[in-house]
Design a protein around this ligand. Structure first.
Ligand SMILES: [Zn+2]
Length: 155
């Protein structure tokens, strides 16, 4: 895609954030985990757009909103190749690729019903690991159970 057309994709926002390069099948999942369905800010959602990197991608633009670290960590678990573009006064002030952190705290529920975090007032804590198939997994700090991506439930 030409630079000119690329620019047009983000130019509609005066202030806010563009989340680009979301795998198409996860665009609405990202909206859900960020609670954007309930947001009163103007949101533009594009899905199944052409992408050199992903084949088809989703893009979310949200006005007057900048994501906090916890929210970016959530995005990274669902869309690890997403690009986060922050805009102020029509200018791109930062463009970063989300990164899966080494540790995840609070934002994810442990899938083990017997885990202390599900039975007492203890906040969840996980280490991000990669199994021998190269798949990302979360290992609970307390019960040491390992959870696959499909079992991740956000708090
Ligand atoms: Zn646990």
């Amino acid at each position: 895609m030409s630079d000119k057309r690329k620019k047009l994709q983000v130019s509609a926002l005066k202030n806010g954030t563009v989340l680009d390069h979301i795998p198409s099948e996860h665009t609405f999942h990202v909206i859900k985990i960020l609670g954007l369905e309930n947001s009163k800010n103007p949101i533009y959602i594009g899905n199944h757009l052409e992408s050199n990197k992903l084949g088809r991608k989703g893009i979310i633009k949200i006005s007057d909103k900048y994501f906090a670290k916890d929210e970016i960590n959530k995005i990274s678990l669902v869309a690890p190749k997403a690009t986060l573009i922050e805009i102020k006064d029509y200018e791109v002030i930062s463009k970063t690729q989300v990164e899966i952190p080494e540790h995840i705290e609070k934002i994810v529920k442990c899938f083990n019903p017997k885990c202390v975090t599900n039975n007492q007032n203890v906040e969840t804590k996980f280490t991000v690991i990669t199994d021998h198939h190269g798949r990302m997994k979360l290992k609970c700090h307390y019960c040491e159970k390992t959870m696959a991506k499909e079992n991740i439930e956000f708090l």
